[in-house]
Design a protein around this ligand. Structure first.
Ligand code: SAH
Ligand code: SF4
Length: 425
């Protein structure tokens, strides 16, 4: 099995022969097979790897000390050699609609954001509720977390205590993004690096820990869906993203269904097929324009992979059919791509592909000169699509007040580009 990034057993051995760099191997980015072979090489029975795996992904253990079915001496050795590294929360923001944005510190002190989107404001099942029904401590199961991580901002907010039907985590795959779409705040940040697989998995585990979710038969799950719609272009970091997704989907671990994971891409054509074949997750394509001239401007990646090649790859996406459709995301930009003709062109362009369209009102960010289409325009656009037989929805804007909605994430300074949209047309 191929092993990526800085965590192969060979690299570990190398790191250990260099005593001045005491680097522990992060276990979270490794497949179970790899942990097994790494343990074997270090003289541990392979079933110890199964135990550790279960502790990590089913019982949510975050240090070796609590792994009580492993001898104490071995736990100490594991602590010396391996790490269970989760990102650290450096800042959190709570939207009035219940959405939460977390700035996370990952390896090397870099900061990346993730967004938790419950269907409505709620109290997680990890909370302790006092006699009057008010949540007093949120992360009862995790005393190492700050209660205010999840409690609603004020007692006046609507609180839901019954289980949520849907709660989504929007994860990031890169720090910054090289695609630099003109309408996206992330694109204005200087690209720092790809996230490692363990940093992507770490976002999911951290959120599950905050919610008190566990795996296994009696699993309590608040987090139901994962979308790769945070910072970065996931198909520009395919090796780490695919590794993370495979680990998140592992049946003897978190066991997330591929149907509950959506990967959104600006259209890195060569990886679309692999994504379908190897991962089989839901695919969302950021389309945003119906002709190459406009798309070249809005999304410079179109010059590399023009519409015809993108649509061809989508048409062939393994596993799509009428019951499992591809989503085309279409950001609504006033006066740019939102005319009646655009709607008809869009319907024509994607006809024959089992697809649905998700219309996204453009989200504001500081310094941008785009404008979102009016509600009426979006409604008319949607109606035209419907009349042309195109299944479509309008994406609810969530977390706009804390810059947590689509395209609003940004954690660093950078090359703020000229965003005068109209001058380009
Ligand atoms: N890089 C991936 C996923 C992250 S962005 C991609 O581009 O697909 C998630 C979605 O938000 C994409 O469809 C993206 O085009 C859209 N988006 C970016 N900036 C936006 C903004 N300011 N307002 C609304 N949607 C935006
Ligand atoms: Fe990158 Fe997606 Fe933003 Fe484009 S929309 S700059 S691909 S994160």
């Amino acid at each position: 099995m191929k092993c990526s990034a800085a965590s192969t057993p060979q690299q570990v051995a190398f790191a250990m022969s260099e005593p001045q760099i005491p680097r522990k191997t992060p276990l979270l980015g490794l497949y179970k097979d790899q942990i097994i072979s790494m343990f074997r090489e270090s003289g541990y029975e392979s079933w110890r790897a199964n135990q550790v795996w279960e502790w990590l992904y089913v019982s949510a253990a975050r240090n070796f000390g609590v792994m009580t079915n492993i001898p104490l001496k071995m736990r100490d050795e594991f602590t010396e050699k391996y790490s269970i590294e989760l990102p650290k929360i450096s800042e959190k923001k709570h939207s009035i609609d219940g959405t939460m944005k977390f700035a996370l510190e990952v390896s090397g002190g870099d900061i990346v954001e993730m967004v938790f989107i419950p269907e409505k404001a709620f109290v997680p099942h990890s909370a302790q509720i006092d006699d009057t029904g008010i949540p007093v401590a949120c992360c009862a199961a995790r005393p190492d977390y700050d209660d205010s991580d999840l409690l609603p901002v004020s007692a006046n907010e609507p609180m839901i205590t019954e289980p949520l039907a849907r709660a989504t985590l929007c994860v990031s795959s890169q720090i910054g993004c090289l695609v630099k779409c003109a309408f996206c705040f992330t694109g204005t940040q200087r690209f720092a690096r790809n996230l490692e697989a363990h940093e992507i998995i770490g976002q999911v585990l951290l959120m599950r820990d905050l919610l008190g979710d566990t795996g296994g038969k009696d699993s309590k799950r608040t987090l139901t869906n994962i979308v790769f719609m945070g910072m970065g272009e996931p198909l520009h970091n395919y090796e780490n993203v695919s590794r993370a997704i495979k680990i998140i989907m592992a049946e003897d671990g978190l066991a997330f269904s591929r149907r509950r994971i959506t990967l959104s891409t600006a259209g890195v054509v060569p990886y679309i097929k692999r994504c379908g074949e190897e991962l089989g997750v839901n695919l969302a394509i950021s389309l945003h324009a119906t002709n190459d001239k406009l798309r070249d401007y809005l999304m410079p990646i179109n010059k590399q992979f023009p519409l015809s090649s993108l649509l061809d790859a989508v048409q062939k996406y393994p596993g799509i059919n009428q019951s499992r459709r591809v989503t085309f995301e279409y950001v609504m930009l006033k006066g740019m791509n939102d005319s009646d003709k655009d709607a008809r062109d869009l319907a024509r362009l994607i006809s024959g592909i089992p697809a649905k369209v998700n219309l996204i009102p453009w989200n504001y960010w500081p310094g941008a000169t785009f404008q979102t289409s009016s509600r009426e325009r979006i409604a008319t656009f949607s109606e035209i699509l419907t009349n042309c037989g195109v299944n479509n929805t309008v994406r609810q804007q969530r977390g706009v007040d804390i810059l947590a909605a689509c395209g609003q994430l940004r954690t660093g300074q950078g090359d703020l580009q000229n965003t005068d949209a109209n001058s380009a047309l």
